[in-house]
Design a protein around this ligand. Structure first.
Ligand SMILES: [Mn+2]
Length: 450
C-alpha cells in the first residue's frame, strides 16, 4: 500500500496551513529517524516555516555529519505567553509600561499619556502557542517518543499531529497520517511526498538528498535487507542524481568507528560461541568489558549484524549485553525456522518480531553464568518449536564461518529484519516484501537463491 493522493494532499495542506512546526523522531533515535526529522527541518525551513526539531538522545558522533545536526533541540518548550490587552478605544494613549514584583505578585503598571485606563478596557487571554503542528517521523506509536511524550502528553493532545512512518505496526495515531509500510525507510516516504509537490520538489537540495539517502541506506543495511524494493533502489538512484553525498554517508556511518567501538566489537567477536547441534550462535559483552574498553553499551549496536554475517547459517543469533540500568539485555535474530518473538516471550517474557526480538533479565549474581542459563533455556525453546513444526535438527557441521556458505542455496545470505528490534520493540514484523527476493543479488547475479 503506497500513499494515496488524499493522504498526500491532506498532509501537504497541513504544512501549508501551519507556521510553527515541531518535528520529532522516536527515542533512541536511529539514522533513519534523525535524517527524516532533519530533512523535514531543511525543507520546511526553505518553505519559510518556523521549524523546531527535538531529539533528546545523546547522539553518536557518527551522525554529526548530517546536515542541520547543530539545529537539534533537546526538549519541548511549552511555555505559552499570556497576553494582557488594554483597549485604547476610549481615547486613552499609553506612555509607558512598567512592572513591579512584590510577594509572589507581579504588578503590570500602565502609565497613560492621555485619558484614564478603566477596568473595562482590560482583557486578557492566552498568547500564541510555541508550535501549531507536530510532525512525528519514523515512529510506530507515540509511546516510542519516550519521555518526550510522557512529560508532554497535554502538548500532544492539544496540537494537531501529522504521523509519517513506514512501520506496518504503526498505531495510526494523530489527526493526519502518511504511513507506507512498503517503503524501506521513513525517508523514502518523505521523498515520495516531497516529489509529489512541484514547488517542494525543486527545493530538494544536495543536503536534503543526503539526509534522505542516509535513512534509506541505514534502514536497508546498505540495500542488503529484503525490505529493499525496486522502488527503494530507484529512489536511491534519483537521490544520487540530485547530489546526495553517498561516500560521506558510508564513510561516517560504516567506516569511521571510535577505537573503543572497534575494541568492544573485537572482544565480542572473539567470544563467539556456536552450538552446532541446536543451531544457535551467541556472544556476550559484560560491564567489565565495557569499562575496560572505555566503551558504552550503545557501541554494541551492529555486533549482532556482524555475528550474522560471520556465521550466516545458524537458526538463532543472540548478543547478550550487560547494561547498567537493565541488567542483562539479549537481542536475537533468527532464520524462518524459529520464531524468536515466541522464544523470547516463552523464556523471559520478551517480545518483538518473529525474526528479530529481545528480552531482559533484571537481576542475577553472575553475568556469564546467567548467559549460560539463558542459552540453555533458548535451546530448549528452540527444540520445542522444532518438535511442534516437525523440523529436523540442523545438519551437523552446518555452522561454519562465512566462507563455508553453502553453494546450493541453503545458506541464508542475509537476515530479513532491519536492525530495529531495540529501537522499536513493540512493533509487529515488517510487511514481508512481495516475494522474498534479494534484489541486490538479482542485479549482480551473485549467489542466486534456489
Ligand atoms: Mn525507519
Amino acid at each position: 500500500m503506497t500513499l494515496s493522493q488524499a493522504q498526500i494532499s491532506a498532509a501537504t495542506q497541513a504544512i501549508r496551513d501551519h507556521q510553527r512546526l515541531l518535528v520529532i523522531p522516536h527515542a533512541n533515535v536511529d539514522p533513519d529517524g534523525l535524517s527524516s526529522a532533519l530533512a523535514c527541518y531543511e525543507l520546511f525551513t526553505a518553505l519559510g516555516k518556523d521549524v523546531t526539531v527535538i531529539c533528546p538522545d545523546t547522539l553518536p558522533e557518527s551522525l554529526k555529519f548530517l546536515p542541520g545536526f547543530s539545529k537539534l533541540e533537546q526538549d519541548i518548550a511549552e511555555h505559552q505567553n499570556f497576553v494582557i490587552t488594554v483597549n485604547l478605544d476610549e481615547g486613552v494613549e499609553v506612555d509607558k509600561l512598567r512592572y513591579t514584583v512584590e510577594d509572589k505578585k507581579v504588578n503590570i503598571i500602565v502609565v497613560p499619556k492621555y485619558g484614564r485606563v478603566q477596568p473595562r478596557n482590560i482583557s486578557f487571554g492566552e498568547g500564541e502557542k510555541r508550535y501549531d503542528l507536530i510532525v512525528v517521523v519514523d515512529t510506530a506509536d507515540l509511546s516510542l517518543l519516550g519521555r518526550l511524550y510522557s512529560d508532554h502528553t497535554d502538548c500532544f493532545a492539544s496540537h494537531p499531529v501529522l504521523n509519517i512512518d513506514h512501520h506496518i505496526s504503526n498505531t495510526q495515531f494523530g489527526q493526519l497520517q502518511m504511513i507506507d509500510p512498503t517503503a524501506a525507510s521513513a525517508t523514502e516516504v518523505l521523498y515520495d511526498w516531497f516529489r509529489a509537490n512541484p514547488d517542494w520538489n525543486e527545493k530538494v537540495t544536495p543536503d536534503i538528498a543526503t539526509l534522505l539517502l542516509t535513512g534509506l541506506i541505514t534502514d536497508t543495511r546498505s540495500f542488503q535487507n529484503p525490505n529493499t524494493t525496486p522502488r527503494s533502489l530507484e529512489v536511491a538512484a534519483e537521490l544520487l542524481e540530485r547530489g546526495a553525498r553517498q561516500q560521506e554517508i558510508i564513510q561516517n556511518i560504516y567506516k569511521t568507528k571510535p577505537l573503543s567501538t572497534l575494541k568492544i566489537w573485537g572482544r565480542a567477536l572473539n567470544r563467539i560461541q556456536v552450538d552446532p547441534v541446536s543451531g544457535i550462535v551467541w556472544s556476550s559483552v559484560s560491564k567489565e568489558d565495557l569499562q575496560e574498553m572505555e566503551a558504552s553499551s550503545k557501541e554494541t549496536h551492529g555486533i549482532l549484524d556482524e555475528l550474522i554475517s560471520t556465521i550466516p547459517n545458524a537458526d538463532v543469533h543472540v548478543l547478550f549485553t550487560e547494561v547498567e540500568e537493565w541488567g542483562l539485555k539479549a537481542s536475537m535474530r533468527s532464520s524462518p525456522a524459529i520464531d524468536v518473538s515466541r522464544l523470547a516471550a516463552e523464556t523471559y517474557g520478551g517480545g518483538g518480531h518473529a525474526r528479530a526480538s529481545g528480552f531482559r533479565v533484571r537481576s542475577f549474581s553472575n553475568f556469564q553464568l546467567q548467559v549460560i542459563e539463558c542459552v540453555q533455556k533458548l535451546k530448549e525453546g528452540m527444540a520445542r518449536q522444532r518438535t511442534e513444526a516437525d523440523l529436523p535438527l540442523p545438519e551437523s557441521g552446518k555452522l561454519k564461518v562465512k566462507s563455508a556458505r553453502l553453494p546450493d542455496g541453503q545458506g541464508k545470505p542475509s537476515k530479513p529484519e532491519p536492525k530495529k528490534e531495540e529501537v522499536q520493540r513493540p512493533q509487529e514484523p515488517k510487511a514481508e516484501p512481495p516475494k522474498e527476493r534479494d534484489i541486490v543479488e538479482d542485479l549482480t547475479g551473485q549467489n542466486p537463491k534456489s
